[in-house]
Design a protein around this ligand. Structure first.
Ligand SMILES: Nc1ncnc2c1ncn2[C@@H]1O[C@H](COP(=O)(O)OP(=O)(O)OP(=O)(O)O)[C@@H](O)[C@H]1O
Ligand SMILES: [Mg+2]
Length: 246
């Protein structure tokens, strides 16, 4: 079966991209689906969340210097979950072709059922290559003022980057959601009105357990397995897996 490439992207900063990439990848691994997390952010937060060693060599060496992917992939100590680390070199990456990222991962694709791409908060080289290289885009959305305005520039970028490529599924995911906040509920309603079935029924709650987990280098399943937020990420990952027939 083919390997499914999932890009987690939103050019807005701090909306829960890395939390989503790490915990969706971890949830897929719990489902015994071999998953490679690729950290495309020069800040390398996903790498720091899972490993206690530096992100060198990393995916930048694959993209910039044509190093073979398997020479940079690390085990994470978690079954079914590997990572291609990120580091600051990624900020100077300029894709040589639009789908270079996909082409460089494809020789390893029989090893993985899912490749999860954690994008930086910008529409630069690594985000563009992730958007062009993926089969599906997951867009974490924080339910706050102007959230939807930011999405229209993302959609414009996706349409430009994907011009001439296969259409791509986009799945919106509300993150850090506080159901007691009236504005959050209004933004949720707006998002569902605009994007209908492309918005996941699953909503990720705001939880201090999520804010804590990266500091302990834990996924939410390791830090607070029985929390509502762990449940939400597990349910969302199942939705993704079922939709692609895994
Ligand atoms: N559901 C949640 N509840 C509470 N805190 C959260 C939740 N999800 C993420 N956070 C915290 O919010 C902050 C931003 O999350 P994260 O790093 O995932 O966002 P990001 O979109 O990847 O940011 P950047 O744009 O800088 O890459 C982090 O400190 C993270 O631990
Ligand atoms: Mg991030």
């Amino acid at each position: 079966m083919d390997c499914h490439f999932l890009a987690v992207a939103n050019q807005k900063g701090g909306v829960g991209k890395t939390a989503t990439a790490v915990n969706v990848a971890a949830a897929l691994a719990v489902l015994e689906l071999d998953t490679l997390l690729v950290d495309l952010d020069p800040q390398a937060n996903a790498t720091g969340n899972l490993l206690n060693t530096a992100g060198t060599p990393g995916i930048a060496d694959v993209l910039i210097d044509d190093v073979e992917l398997q020479r940079v992939v690390r085990l994470t100590g978690r079954k079914h979950l590997s990572i291609a680390p990120g580091n600051s070199r990624l900020s100077s990456y300029i894709p040589k072709t639009r789908t270079e990222l996909r082409e460089k991962i494809l020789p390893s694709s029989t090893r993985y059922r899912f490749v999860v791409l954690d994008c930086p908060p910008a529409l630069g080289g690594s985000t563009v290559s992730a958007l062009a290289s993926c089969d599906e885009i997951v867009v974490p959305v924080q339910a706050e003022y102007l959230a939807l305005e930011g999405l229209s520039s993302l959609i414009t970028a996706v349409n430009r980057v994907r011009d001439g490529l296969e259409p791509v599924k986009t799945r919106y995911l509300l993150t850090m959601f506080d159901g007691r906040n009236r504005l959050a509920k209004e933004v949720e309603a707006d998002l569902r009105r605009h994007f209908g079935g492309s918005v996941s029924r699953v909503v990720i709650p705001r939880s201090v357990r999520m804010a804590e987990a990266p500091g302990f280098r834990r996924t939410i399943f390791e830090h607070a397995a029985n929390s509502g937020v762990a449940d939400a990420y597990a349910t969302f990952a199942k939705e993704v897996a079922v939709d692609v027939g895994r």
